[in-house]
Design a protein around this ligand. Sequence first.
Ligand SMILES: [Fe+2]
Length: 356
Amino acid sequence: MSDEERYLAISPGAIVPEALPDFRIYIRSSGRYVLWAREGNKVSSDQLAKLAEGGLKEVFVDLKDQIKYEQYIEESLGSILENQWASGDQKATIFSSVSANVVKNAFESSLGLGTMSAEVMARTQRMVKNSLIFISESKSLQALAKMIGHDYQTYEHATKVLWFTVSFLRNCPEILELIQPGYQNLKEEKKKEVVRQCGVGAILHDIGKTFVPVEILRKEGSLTEVEWEVMKRHPLNGLSALLDTDLPMFVKKGILQHHEDFNGGGYPMGLAGMNIHVLARVLRIIDTFDAMTSRRPYKASVSPRETVKIMCGKPVGNGGQEDPEQDDRDQGMKRCFDEELLRKFILFLGNVKLDQ
Ligand SMILES: [Fe+2]
């Protein structure tokens, strides 16, 4: 095996100060691979500064350490986004490949959609990369980095919500017209920007969970009244974390109102019907769909088909009778959604399956 085949090129931006990667890192010098950092040794800011000065585009890990490297990247994703030695492009590239894998895993496991094609995978990477560039331009990167560091599951969920939101809205120009009046007459580039901004709202929708203690986020079993009150503050916390950013108003409204129910029973304000921003009504549907089809700390995952039934208010199991044992967090969902949007989303889901 030649040296080129033995080593995996990685981005220097993936190496964060004070990290303790359990694999060796090499640099290439005069055509030879030279050991740069030993496994288990902290990489110092000085070392990274020298690396950045040298202008190296890539460093290397042994191919046999690829799995360790991938685990390290997942664990360090929040820190990588805050890594001062990484360029914006390096961050966006690393972030998009980890995020695309999150979507791919969901496709192939809980959603049961089969293998994700290379084309859908590449499109997903582009979608996430574009969102991240926009997030960093709008000064909300730090908030996202904090959320990932706080709770990886919230990030995984947010990534899938991003994928569904962008894929769904691309098929529904009439909804985009409601989000951004005049959308249909915009130039192609501007249209893409509106969709991208909706995607940013989707990936940031639960950013306020950074302020909810992980013991509450990961709690198995019901929340106490006090814990529930803390949890219910996350849309407001999310808005306050993003208040000083340059995100468009519809993104901020989408985040603030993503737990408002169509029948007025949601939080934080108890808005109803069309008083809830249309992006928030879309997020309410997709957030619920992804939460139910994913494994939650307090409940096993539900199949996409059953999820759709529950969301439509149809009793499942128990011979079509109401199941009194059914989790009340799901029971209450029946009248949460804008029926018209839910119908469109279900049609879209049918097409996702046919695409595969
Ligand atoms: Fe939420």
